[in-house]
Design a protein around this ligand. Structure first.
Ligand code: NAP
Length: 203
């Protein structure tokens, strides 16, 4: 399938996502809060199919949007995205609102993917790319041993299949761990798969 892919956020995770997405055949737009001029060096250093764009243009033109902004900024992004429908949202967030002291945002007892999906009711949301530290995500994949695993969960099976295909095109091995309710608690901060790097060894 052909997609235009958008990345909202050009920090630690956005940069790592851009590095791998830019190697695919998909056109990739990246945006942040400071505008495209601030992204010139990043785009020049990554190259490939990556282009800087402004926030509204990235949302309007993308079929698939990777959300790589801090937890507190997700509602701002959702407000703009709600002008559209049917986009696939890849939620790479964790609900960390303070590092020292360490504090997680209240999600009303929901896994973060389910909580974020509630902010994007007209879109199809997949939770993915949130379990690896940014420095690990930025590393080349595949390695000599095999492909790094990207854990995903969500309630839309077709959207997960599409994101699995994009994840493979990025050089990773996707593993679907079920719905938000099934997989989310494993994938969220404190879950058994959070912060764990898995490799699918070459067969
Ligand atoms: N860091 C990690 O190891 C890690 C691992 C897994 C998941 N995550 C999750 O990934 C998300 C991003 O984390 P990060 O470490 O990459 O954060 P970061 O380095 O602080 O980068 C955040 C990015 O979001 C952009 N941004 C903030 N508000 C925005 C808005 N309203 N519109 C557009 N762009 C906006 C910022 O723009 P400017 O550049 O213009 O300031 C920046 O590029 C978080 O939810 C985090 O929990 C992080």
């Amino acid at each position: 399938m052909s997609y235009t892919i958008g990345i909202i956020g050009s920090g630690h995770i956005g940069h790592g996502l851009a590095t791998h997405l830019a190697k695919t055949t998909y056109p990739v737009l990246i945006t942040n809060s400071r505008g495209p001029a601030s992204l010139a060096d990043l785009v020049a250093s990554i190259g490939g199919s990556l282009t800087a764009a402004d926030f509204n243009q990235t949302i309007a033109q993308s079929d698939v949007l990777f959300i790589a902004v801090p937890w507190a900024q997700i509602p701002d992004v959702a407000r703009e995205v709600q002008k559209y429908s049917g986009k696939i949202i890849v939620d790479a967030s964790n609900n960390i609102v303070s590092v020292s002291p360490f504090r997680l945002a209240d999600t009303a007892g929901k896994p973060t993917g389910e909580y974020v999906a509630g902010l994007f009711p007209a879109q199809r949301v997949v939770k993915a790319f949130n379990t690896l530290p940014a420095a690990t995500l930025a590393q080349p994949s595949p390695t000599s041993i095999g492909h790094s695993v990207i854990i995903m969960s969500g309630d839309d099976a077709d959207a997960k299949k599409e994101i699995a295909d994009i994840t493979r095109a990025m050089g990773f091995e996707p593993i679907d761990i079920g719905t938000f309710r099934q997989g989310g608690p494993l994938q969220d901060i404190g879950g058994a798969l959070s912060g764990i790097e898995l490799i699918r060894v070459k067969r």
